[in-house]
Design a binder for this molecule. Structure first.
Ligand code: PLP
Length: 475
């Protein structure tokens, strides 16, 4: 088999997640008494797995397009009792453009939906977007994988990635036999990013004979939650131009913004456009997804990427590669349409949509703050605030005896800590070693997605576990 596949590691679905699945399945069948009643998967940003309710309007439209019989005239009366009129109208409009959700669509994505994505981008940024440069995908992951495949020409190609990073990047680079070119985010400065560090990383790769072709920026960050300032983004664009690298902007958390006044989200597309005509032809690919934000429709696999500054011959090749997979799934595309064009003020569903959206949003802000406070209250633990995204990434200073016990078990110390937490609380987090971290440090990543009514128990479970763990291994 392809040995590159063996090389790839994907920590968020790694050993800890596998063990958590075993615990979920084994305990009811064997009746084994575990010290917890429920496994809580905080290893991945998967809101509906932790009981976040889907947005009603989105599911109403999705169900109507799935079963178009409901839209026939003879069913209008009964349907009007179950569905608001704007959900019915949207489903009819979508079906007019989609045909059947069971048919392959245009390989680049349904043109009507791409037009709506372009409208969304131009309203968000204040600069025009072109539907012909937008590709709908099976989640952002598929877009990232496809574009990396396009860029990686040989095994000396390097792609700059943040450390810590979301392991989609290291895993895909391993599969494609390319070189990660790591740049470090500065934990002491709220996971800040400097162009000095970018240049250091780029220059070091040159010394090793690596041809760096792209820079990945995750903004807001995963696992770090930092949100870039506009000035910082301009410097990054300048860095890319100077060093002739394409910028890959992973912006899947663009609506998960928790300090909107101090740290609002700016898209790279907008910042680039604001820099004027000198930057004409600058190459940027930006990714978005239905999996995050307040939508959390991870399982439907929908997303898109927008290409800026790529020449037509490259765009044609992207189309060719997309067409080899025939098309992104149609229900995922429909959810993209709903994400970029939700109910508007005055629509029958607007009030309910806004309430559901705002409730999730304000609760995420609260839960992020409570979990940060919890982590900062733990002995030996420090945690930066999340400006955005769905995670906290605290640093933990483990006692020497715990480190020795981990080494004796052949595990990284942070993995050892997370496994102990899983076995005693049922909470599954991911060890920092799965994301990359400064040598000699230990971290772990947790989502703050457990539902509000369970949150106090979730936090006290972590506190109790941590106190016991530290006592057990205290030097
Ligand atoms: C930074 C980042 N990019 C991409 C993805 C993949 O998202 P999708 O479900 O759209 O493939 C994730 C998922 O957690 C992520 O955190």
């Amino acid at each position: 088999m392809n040995q590159q596949i063996r090389e790839a590691q994907y920590a968020v679905r790694g050993e800890l997640a596998i063990r958590s699945e075993e615990l979920k399945n084994v305990c009811p069948m064997t009746g084994v008494n575990l010290p917890f009643s429920r496994v809580v998967g905080c290893n991945i940003g998967n809101p509906q797995a932790l009981d976040q309710k889907p947005i009603t309007f989105f599911r109403q439209v999705a169900s109507l397009v799935e079963y178009p019989e409901l839209l026939k005239e003879e069913n209008a009366e009964i349907v009007s009792r179950l569905y608001p009129s704007d959900a019915v109208a949207r489903a009819k409009l979508l079906l007019k453009h989609v045909g059947s959700v069971g048919a392959y669509s245009h390989s680049q994505g349904i043109p009507h939906i791409r037009e709506n994505v372009a409208k969304f981008i131009s309203e968000r940024d204040g600069y025009a977007a072109d539907p012909s440069k937008i590709y709908l995908t099976q989640g952002a992951s598929a877009g990232v994988q496809l574009t990396l495949e396009m860029i990686i020409e040989h095994n000396k190609v390097g792609i700059m990635i943040p450390i810590p990073q979301y392991p989609l990047y290291t895993a895909t680079l391993a599969v494609l036999d390319a070189n990660p070119v790591p740049y470090y985010l500065d934990e002491s400065k709220g996971w800040g990013l400097t162009t000095k560090e970018l240049q250091r990383s780029f220059d070091e790769a040159v010394q090793k004979g690596i041809e760096t072709r792209a820079l990945v920026i995750i903004n807001p960050g995963n696992p770090t939650g930092q949100c870039l300032t506009e000035d910082n983004m301009r410097e990054i664009i300048e860095f890319c131009r100077k060093n002739k690298v394409i910028l890959l902007a992973d912006e899947v958390y663009q609506t998960n913004i928790y300090r909107p006044k101090d740290r609002p989200f700016h898209s790279f597309k907008k910042v680039l456009k604001s820099m004027g005509s000198d930057y004409e032809g600058f190459e940027l690919i930006s990714y978005h997804s239905i999996s995050k934000g307040m939508i959390g429709e991870c399982g439907r696999r929908g997303g898109y990427f927008e290409c800026e500054g790529l020449c037509d011959t490259v765009l044609e090749q992207i189309y060719k590669i997309s067409s080899i997979s025939l098309c992104p799934n149609v229900q995922g595309q429909i959810m993209v349409d709903l994400m970029v064009d939700p109910p508007k003020k005055g629509d029958p569903s607007y009030e309910q949509y806004k309430k559901e959206y705002d409730d999730i949003y304000s609760s995420l802000i609260k839960r992020a703050a409570i979990l940060e406070e919890t982590f900062n209250s733990l002995e030996g633990c420090t945690c930066n605030s999340a400006d955005g995204a769905m995670y906290l990434f605290p640093q933990i200073r483990l006692p020497k005896k715990a480190i020795e016990a981990a080494r004796a078990a052949g595990k990284e110390p942070d993995h050892f800590y997370c496994m102990a937490m899983l076995e005693s609380t049922g909470v599954c987090m991911v060890a920092g070693s799965g994301f990359g971290q400064v040598e000699g440090t230990a971290h772990f990543r947790s989502t703050f997605l457990p539902q509000p009514e369970l949150f106090a128990d979730f936090c006290s479970g972590i506190k109790n576990f941590h106190a016991d763990f530290m006592d057990r291994y205290r030097d």
